[in-house]
Design a protein around this ligand. Structure first.
Ligand SMILES: *[C@@H]1O[C@H](CO)[C@@H](O)[C@H](O)[C@H]1NC(C)=O
Ligand SMILES: *[C@@H]1O[C@H](CO)[C@@H](O)[C@H](O)[C@H]1NC(C)=O
Length: 367
């Protein structure tokens, strides 16, 4: 890279940076020094604590197995926490907790925000949230301000961004907190299922290209899980036998089916990019259909929730959760336990991870 651009002669300019990033091939890169995280409550680790929203998890018993509540929507660690551990990286800190110019950001940043979606309108009934578009803007701001001043050597900054690993886990809320709530959102009236999936994919394509223009090269895209199996959907659809709601699973499958071809297309048209697809739908279906294989006893009951399946009202402040949390797939009405998150992470972030394609996130980080 230094050879190619004679980067030592460049003085940082916010206009020059995006141009240079476009030219960078992945072959110039090295083992990922940091992780950048974009997404929703599945991986938010505290951003929503700082904004006015009902989508918060900064109270007990959230965090009971972490030691204290952090804002994670889980009893303990999220998939990306385990992922960072498996890659030997520190947990990226929540963007909104940052002091400007804090050197901690060089270890990675988490922009994920509960209730966020691919579409800006998604999740608005919860109040504030950083939409995926907003998260990308914040990353651009980090790059142009904090990173630029912490890493004045442009060649080093470029190398750092292009070799970092980017995780994008978004889309669930575009269904459960948009399309599947016809009383609050009009999307299901305006779009048939496949047209809505196309809409999401078209938006996502633009968003991923923006990340690429900002220097992202190693990108893991997480599909949408089987939302028809989460306790809140079982409750809403009056499931009597605890079986998953097929119609909901079919809706999200329309999206997942379009995601893999999109990634293949971007991978081959954006020079130097390497996109990995994480088939989280497959991982969860396997856990739900074969719970005993993973040591789970409850596959459709929330450890901390209210009403049937714990799916009517999610985990309330100071509510006493179940005791054997490692035996539950679901922590609250919407989110998995850390036990489930650990399995998901192991199936993508270890060298032998089978649920990420065409290579594991572990191998992506080593490229
Ligand atoms: C579930 O049951 C409630 C109460 O009987 C009913 O109002 C609602 O429409 C049912 N939902 C579905 C999806 O069948
Ligand atoms: C994506 O592109 C990289 C080169 O950047 C290549 O090595 C890899 O095989 C491609 N992946 C797919 C699925 O085509």
């Amino acid at each position: 890279m230094e050879r190619k651009f004679g980067a030592g002669f460049f003085i940082f300019s916010p206009f020059l940076l995006p141009l240079l990033l476009l030219l960078l091939p992945i072959s110039e890169c090295r083992r990922s020094p940091a992780m950048f995280i974009f997404g929703d409550s599945l991986i938010d680790n505290g951003n929503n604590n700082f904004i006015p929203t009902m989508a918060r998890a900064n109270y007990f018993p959230y965090g009971i197995d972490y030691g204290f509540p952090t804002g994670r929507f889980c009893n303990g660690l999220t998939v990306t926490d385990y992922g960072a551990k498996l890659l030997g990286l520190p947990f990226p800190i929540p963007y909104l907790s940052l002091q400007s110019k804090s050197p901690e950001i060089l270890q990675g940043v988490n922009y994920a925000s509960a209730a966020a979606g691919i579409l800006d309108a998604t999740g608005r009934h919860y109040g504030a949230r950083i939409t995926f578009n907003g998260q990308i803007s914040l990353f651009e701001k980090t790059l142009n301000t904090q990173f630029a001043s912490l890493m004045p050597n442009l060649a080093k900054l470029l190398d750092y961004v292009t070799s970092s690993i980017f995780i994008v886990n978004i889309g669930s809320n575009d269904y459960i907190n948009n399309y599947l709530l016809p009383g609050l959102y009009t999307s299901s009236i305006e779009y048939a299922g496949d047209a809505f999936a196309d809409l999401l994919i078209n938006n996502l394509e633009r968003q991923l290209m923006s990340l690429y223009r900002l220097g992202a090269r190693k990108i893991v895209l997480v599909g949408i899980g089987p939302l028809g199996c989460i306790p809140s959907q079982l409750f809403q659809h009056n499931s009597t036998d605890g079986g998953c709601v097929d119609s909901v699973n079919k809706q999200v499958s329309l999206y997942n089916e379009r995601l893999e071809p999109l990634l293949r297309r971007l991978n081959s048209t954006l020079p130097g990019s390497f996109f990995v697809y994480e088939n989280i739908y497959g991982t969860f279906m396997d856990m739900i259909l074969n719970p005993a294989r993973y040591g789970f006893r409850e596959r459709n009951q929330a450890c901390c929730g209210n009403g049937r399946y714990g799916g009517q009202l999610s985990c309330l402040p100071l509510q006493t959760p179940c005791l054997r949390r490692d035996q539950f797939i679901f922590w609250d009405s919407f989110h998995p336990t850390q036990a489930a998150n650990k399995i998901v992470a192991e199936r993508c972030y270890t060298p032998s991870g089978t649920d990420c394609h065409p290579i594991s996130a572990y191998h992506l980080a080593q490229l």
